[in-house]
Design a protein around this ligand. Structure first.
Ligand code: UDP
Ligand code: MG
Length: 244
């Protein structure tokens, strides 16, 4: 068992209609932390589910004192769910993870280890298990973003990432901009590294995004983030004299 960081940890999971995955996901997460001294919390954010996810979340909350649950009035999007989870997080380290079992909680300790050197550790789906067209569109989007923004992150839409608490608190996200999170982190001066993680096909339910809606939104977001990137205020004070 890898020695986890002694700091407190919050795992944030945005949930929109993932009822069938949640029990298995929590049991896998608890398994990872079982033998460690790590104090941790698991925060499920129900983003307007209609499939009974909230009932399962309440059941998990009653079962484990590690589990906190938050419920939105209606579906507000993944970015909003992440932001609500980040705000609620009490840990010094925040891990954000999709709730669909497409990534493996056993990768978390490796991310945490790397967090000792970097502010943000981004999971790279080295062997992504989504259909080819989705992978192709995602590859195109990532490539354009990297060229325009000079980014090092090859998989900005990763389902598993870890960051120091100040990152989660400082980096402001807007609807859809969770896909540009590594860029936004770098703009705020945080260091970002990417490490390979495992990836699995969706076991239950379906992706919440279609290629078409994601593609057009992404184009607009790309222009907005490029503008923000160009206009970002970046300065270093070399000297300052105060009144005596
Ligand atoms: N999600 C959410 N609100 C939404 C859309 C998605 O909370 O409006 C959650 C979803 O339940 C999952 C994560 O965000 O935990 C990623 O969504 P999905 O797996 O559908 O995206 P994909 O992996 O297909 O890119
Ligand atoms: Mg997914």
């Amino acid at each position: 068992m890898v020695d986890l960081s002694p700091k407190d940890l919050s795992v944030v999971l945005p949930v929109h209609n993932e009822a069938d995955s949640l029990r298995e996901l929590l049991s896998r997460l608890l398994q990872v932390f079982k033998d460690s001294d790590q104090s941790y919390e698991v925060i499920f954010v129900d983003d307007g589910s209609t499939d009974g996810s909230w009932e399962v979340m309440k059941e998990l909350n009653a079962q484990s004192h590690h589990v906190r649950v938050i419920r939105f009035k209606k579906n507000c999007g993944e970015s909003a769910a992440l932001e609500a989870g980040f705000k609620a997080a009490r840990g010094d380290i925040v891990v954000a993870m999709d709730a669909d079992l497409q990534s493996d909680p056993r990768d978390i300790p490796r991310l945490l280890q790397k967090l000792q050197e970097y502010d943000v550790v981004w999971g790279l789906r080295a062997e992504r298990k989504d259909e080819w067209l989705r992978r192709l569109v995602s590859w195109g989007g990532n490539t354009v973003r990297r060229i325009l923004m000079g980014d090092n992150a090859r998989d900005a839409g990763s389902p598993l990432r870890a960051m120091r608490r100040e990152v989660a608190q400082k980096v402001k996200i807007f609807k859809g901009l969770h896909r540009f999170y590594p860029t936004l982190c770098r703009m705020e001066g945080f260091t970002v590294i990417e490490i390979p993680i495992s990836h699995f096909p969706r076991k239950y339910g379906a992706s919440k995004y279609t290629i078409i809606n994601r593609f057009f939104e992404y184009l607009v977001d790309l222009l907005v983030v490029k503008w923000m990137h160009n206009r970002h205020i970046d300065y270093e004070i070399v000297e300052e004299l105060d009144e005596r």
